[in-house]
Design a protein around this ligand. Sequence first.
Ligand SMILES: *[C@@H]1O[C@H](CO)[C@@H](O)[C@H](O)[C@H]1NC(C)=O
Ligand SMILES: *[C@@H]1O[C@H](CO)[C@@H](O)[C@H](O)[C@H]1NC(C)=O
Ligand SMILES: *[C@@H]1O[C@H](CO)[C@@H](O)[C@H](O)[C@H]1NC(C)=O
Length: 200
Amino acid sequence: MAFLYTLAVCISAALAQTGWQMPASGLASMSHYDLPTGYVGSCGCVGDSSGNYPTAALNQLAYGSAYVYGPGCGRCFNLTLLDTWTSTPPFYPATHPSVVIKVTDLCPGYSAHCQATAFQPNEFGFYVHFDLAYPSLAIPDDSFFPSNVTKYGYTDFGLWNITYQSIPCIPNWPGSSNPEAMGSVPNMGSRCAPLPTPTS
Ligand SMILES: *[C@@H]1O[C@H](CO)[C@@H](O)[C@H](O)[C@H]1NC(C)=O
Ligand SMILES: *[C@@H]1O[C@H](CO)[C@@H](O)[C@H](O)[C@H]1NC(C)=O
Ligand SMILES: *[C@@H]1O[C@H](CO)[C@@H](O)[C@H](O)[C@H]1NC(C)=O
């Protein structure tokens, strides 16, 4: 594990050398993925976070590492839905719900929509992509994502334009008062505990 951690630090350092830094807020794309309740993702967050509270994977560039623990681990973001531009026709909802998530997982650079590099955005023109753990006990089916089933015939658009905003996990993240969800797997060099919110 020490070797893996060293490796992760080296890769983070290599990424840092590109000079790219995740802006504290901005536009991003968002998809969702299946994360079993209690699953320990790349950040090593203990089981109490995944599924019980809103979590997401962050694309490799923004996460800051190609492997396990990255500087993105443990950070919390307020994600606000804008519209679905890949649907036909695009869907511009009447409401723009938000969810505060904690980053507990890596969306690797080979995954769909997570290929952005410091020099090239993903296929939608974004350098930041969130992959929301959904469905999940923490995000109720049928009440978070706006839809219009009479018009589209389905409710799950899959891909959204969103705005994101870096915010302190405490007290904003729903799991922030649960020490188990805020903590980390002991002695693994995990980065699940939130770091100080970067000022930039
Ligand atoms: C999240 O963003 C929305 C939209 O800007 C805002 O209304 C809401 O207050 C924010 N939530 C937090 C916890 O900052
Ligand atoms: C959503 O993203 C697409 C692709 O980048 C873009 O064409 C569209 O204008 C965006 N919509 C908003 C509201 O940002
Ligand atoms: C759904 O779409 C139809 C057709 O465009 C529209 O008349 C209706 O108001 C929409 N419903 C909602 C809830 O947006």
